[in-house]
Every structure is written in C-alpha cells, then in structure tokens.
Design a protein around this ligand. Structure first.
Ligand code: NAD
Length: 245
C-alpha cells in the first residue's frame, strides 16, 4: 500500500509509533523514525533489523526548529523527498489542576503541539514542491470530551485537531492531505504509567470490551497514508472501540 514511499515518523521508537514504523515498512515504505534520544533510536533500529526491516533514525530536539529543518534537509538529500509525515511523539498528564505547574502545562503543549507545528513546517515546502504529501497526526479520544484530570493533555489534543483541520484546508490546494487518528486507550508504555484505578473503570466502558493494541492504530495510519484515502482530508479518525460515545 505504500510501495517506495518515504515516511518520517516522530515518536517512532516505541508504542504506537514503533508499530506504525513496522506496518509502513511491511507495506513497502522506506521509514525514517525520530526519537528523543540516540540510545532509544539505536535500540529501535536494532529491533527492526532483527525483523529484517531496514530503517533510519534521528533524534532532533523537536522544540528546536533549526535542528529539525537541518534533519529534514539531510533526509531529503538522501531520499529525494518525504511523502508521508506522521507526527506521533507525545506525552500525557494525569494530575489535578492544582497539582499541575505552569511549566508542566507548557511542556505538554511543547511536545504535543509545538513539535507537531515545527516538524510540519519543515516538511511542507518539500511536499509543496512535489504537489503531493500526507501529514498524519496522533490525536486522542480525549480530544472529543476531555478527561477528568491532567488538563494539559486533552487541551493539547484539542489543539492537534485544530492544526489538523486547519492545515487540511490550507494545504489541500497543494495536493497535501492532513488527517489525525484519535486512539482510545492503547496498550503502550504511556498507559502502563497511568494508575490502574484510572484505567480499569475506563476499560469497562469500552463497547468493544478491550483496550486498543498499537497495531489497531498503525493500521488506521496505513489506510490514511495510502491512496485508498485519497479523498479524505481534515478528518479525525476515532480508533477506540467506540469508547468516545
Ligand atoms: P509512548 O510513551 O510509548 O511513546 C511516545 C513516543 O514519543 C516515544 O517514541 C518517545 O520517544 C516520543 N517522545 C516523547 N517525548 C518526546 C520528546 N520530548 N521529543 C521527542 N520525542 C518524544 O506512547 P504511545 O502510547 O505510543 O503514544 C504515542 C502517541 O499516541 C502520543 O501522541 C499519545 O498522546 C498518543 N495516544 C496514546 C494513547 C494511549 O492510550 N497509549 C491514547 C491516545 C493517544
């Protein structure tokens, strides 16, 4: 489905991003993953090599636009272009507002929203040059109704939806589609770090009766990245077992 496409995936070292790297590669894409540290990027690349998946990796500081621009330029000089960008890096929060500092709130907006803005801004000129491209963002089901604590997280994901819908309109004339996937609770380290008392009652409310697996989310990214979704842009695709309703 993605034969010979060049895909950059942020937060590609584990969880949803790592699974998306695998699914894209299995479908013929050449994948460049971003992670926060050299060590975790190299570990992910080693795990991929064991699966006979050849990928590249970088660890630019996603808050530093100049560093991102330099990394994107390197990728374009090596691969010729970038067809698909998946903005997936993210962090969560679960503390009540009075226990949340302004710095913590700012950090979550920096990783979940500003980084998405920075990487997208660096990739768009190359996509415009080729009159095509796909940008996919990781949102969350909490971007639909919020969550009972950790307000920075849903606030950041509402912003992700805003970026997605607005950029879809701005970039459609250039053949660039922009969509997001809004996962429900998904079986990754991010969820493992949340208190059991918070997760268990949520699972009971999921109509499909289970939490999502990273592959459920990766498959949605695959569909949206492919030609099968050629008339879909500005959409936030829920992949949550109907947990949102
Ligand atoms: P994870 O913690 O397993 O992976 C997060 C990824 O983001 C890692 O690759 C990490 O390196 C990267 N990252 C984090 N901070 C970074 C930083 N400062 N700079 C660069 N990279 C950074 O989590 P996951 O569950 O796979 O989450 C991936 C995305 O899915 C996130 O955007 C998250 O908000 C979203 N999401 C997850 C769930 C869930 O239940 N797991 C639900 C909805 C949405």
């Amino acid at each position: 489905m993605l034969k010979d496409k060049i895909a950059v995936i942020t937060g590609g070292t584990r969880g949803i991003g790592f699974e998306t790297v695998k699914v894209f590669a299995e479908n013929g894409a050449k994948v460049i993953l971003f992670g926060s540290r050299q060590q975790t990027v190299e570990k992910a690349l080693r795990e991929l090599a064991e699966l006979e998946i050849q990928a590249d990796g970088y660890w630019p500081d996603l808050s530093d636009y100049a560093e991102i621009e330099e990394t994107i330029a390197k990728i374009i000089s090596q691969y010729g272009k970038i067809d698909i960008l998946v903005n997936n890096a993210g962090i969560s929060a679960n503390q009540p507002i009075e226990k949340t500092s302004a710095e913590e709130f700012a950090k979550i907006m920096a990783v979940n929203v500003e980084a998405m803005f920075n990487v997208t801004k660096a990739v768009v000129p190359g996509m415009k040059k080729h009159d095509e491209g796909v940008i996919l963002n990781t949102s969350s089901m909490v971007s639909i109704y919020g969550q009972p604590a950790g307000v920075g997280y849903p606030a950041s994901k509402f912003a992700v939806n805003g970026l997605t819908k607005s950029l879809a309109r701005e970039l459609a004339p250039f053949g660039i589609r922009v969509n997001a996937v809004a996962p429900g609770i998904t079986n990754t380290d991010m969820v493992a770090s949340l208190p059991k008392e918070m997760i268990d009652p949520l699972i009971k409310t999921i109509p499909l009766g289970r939490i999502g697996e990273p592959r459920d989310i990766a498959n949605a990214f695959l569909f949206l990245a492919s030609e099968m979704a050629s008339y879909i842009t500005g959409d936030i695709l829920s992949v949550d077992g109907a947990a949102r309703s």
